[in-house]
Design a protein around this ligand. Sequence first.
Ligand SMILES: [Cu+2]
Length: 196
Amino acid sequence: MRKKLSTSVLGAGLAVAALFAATGSAQGHGYVDSPASRSTLCGNGSVQNCGQIEWEAWSVEGYKGFPGRGPADGKICAGGVGRFSELDDPRGGKWPATKVNSGQNYAFTWRMVARHATTDFRYYITKDGYDPSKPLTRADLEPQPLLTVPFGGRMPDWTVTHSGVLPQKSGKHLILGVWTVDNTDNAFYSCSDVQF
Ligand SMILES: [Cu+2]
């Protein structure tokens, strides 16, 4: 019994060590889990043939300053990271979408694997008439975020939940979560498909 316990503790330690070895200390570390992001769906196997993102849902890290700076149009969902380009592929508009309602008070949730001092979290939504079969561009998004949560450089928790009221929309839309790190040049980008 004693031996079994220590073996499993050792196993857990090795798993953690392997995780850090695989991701590195300077890499990206968080993703939107609710509404389910493309990273979530690829990471849990709901969507197949996603490439590298299947193994590091939390690593969609690009330059901050969106929309003035940051990833180029058509590369927003992958944060401009080439090895995650599957996230930008609209898959003919067939990404699974979380059912939501206009006017609903929605609990947006990020899962963190490593935490960073934070400037803010922002959530953008696509305009009426959005075509889910095309890669996301800035012009597809409402100019103002539906929700901005300033953090003033504070450290977020391991799970971060923000509530925001969803606007009047119909049909399929995309919500872009942007987590801006305070003390680096980077931000994390996370695309979630939703169905009103
Ligand atoms: Cu990180």
